[in-house]
Design a protein around this ligand. Structure first.
Ligand code: HEM
Length: 287
């Protein structure tokens, strides 16, 4: 293994526990958030008035801030596993880790300021600096398009790979069996949710600039081309949550590893079933 700078004794184990403790907190925090924004409402309905009404209550601000912090650091430290696996040279790895810490710190600051410095009356008046800089809302819309295109292209490439393998008479099975699919899907969904979270922190931060600019960015969620991505995102969060619980049953119980295959099947079936109601609500609202 190439060196990556300072090695803190025991840090690896601490991060391992942090991933599990933060994951458990996220079952409530991310699960609650998903339920409110994707089952009780659809994303394009979470307008300025919706958020301002919620943030009039300090408990909601605290809930949203906790969700932001726990999801951000769980995601950033989860990204660290990919940096360590795929960036082999010490220089590339040091750069990747530096970027990872910078992302964590910048988004922590932006998210904290957004949640706690929000002044509903000032933002509603659309009078502050940058409140008429609509290009920022358009840039957010563009990043959502980029995010959607990357998601769609990855899925098409995956489908092509599976079909080509089957046509060649090879069943695309990893040497490790279904457990390795569960792991690959867990990594892909974790990184996908993290990158969406970063875009989402920036789009929510627009609420401090003004009602008009924020509502212009939220309106992008009603664009039909983004709807499949929104549904896939709900599916990714549901799968990642359920598989995270499955990983912890393997880590902490005596029976988890024996039930590994059947629990993966249960996770897959439940992920599809739990995503369907949200998919139906989003399709009904946007088409
Ligand atoms: C909602 C409840 C969640 C649970 C129960 C959960 C659970 C877990 C668990 C148990 C791991 C494995 C850590 C390890 O292998 O040591 C993990 C990894 C990861 N999680 Fe989560 N997680 C949740 C939400 C999230 C969210 C919201 C994000 C994104 C912001 C995220 C991003 C990641 C990433 C990137 C990894 C690393 C995957 C890898 O490379 O192996 N997770 N999660």
């Amino acid at each position: 293994m190439g060196g990556t700078g300072i090695a803190v004794p025991g840090a690896e184990r601490l991060i391992w526990y942090f991933m599990r403790i933060s994951g458990t907190l996220l079952i409530v925090l991310a699960g609650g958030h998903l339920f409110v924004t994707h089952y009780l409402n659809v994303p394009s309905e979470t307008t300025f008035s919706f958020v301002a009404a919620r943030w009039a209550n300090p408990y909601w601000r605290t809930f949203d801030w906790l969700l932001l912090m726990v999801a951000l650091w769980h995601g950033v430290l989860g990204l660290r596993y990919s940096i360590q696996d795929y960036l082999r040279s010490p220089a590339a790895r040091a750069f990747g880790l530096g970027l990872m810490w910078a992302l964590g710190i910048v988004f922590l600051a932006l998210g904290t300021v957004t949640v706690f410095a929000f002044d509903a009356a000032a933002a509603d008046a659309n009078s502050g600096p940058l409140s008429d800089a609509m290009w920022i809302a358009e840039a957010i819309g563009l990043s959502l398009y980029v995010f959607a295109v990357v998601t769609y292209v990855s899925i098409v490439l995956l489908a092509v790979w599976v079909i080509r393998s089957l046509l060649r008479g090879q069943i695309p099975v990893y040497s490790g069996g279904p457990g390795q699919y569960a792991w690959a899907l867990h990594r892909a969904t974790g990184i996908g949710i993290l990158f969406f979270l970063l875009v989402h922190i920036v789009d929510i931060s627009l609420i401090g600039l003004g009602r008009e600019i924020y509502d212009a960015s939220v309106a992008y969620y009603a664009r039909p081309v983004l709807v499949p991505m929104e549904i896939l995102l709900v599916g990714a969060v549901v799968y990642h949550t359920l598989n995270g619980i499955r990983v912890m049953t393997i880590d902490f119980t005596g029976w988890g590893h024996r039930a590994e295959k059947i629990s993966f099947a249960v996770v897959m079936v439940l992920s599809i079933l739990l995503t369907l109601p949200s998919a139906w609500l989003i399709i009904r609202a946007e088409f």
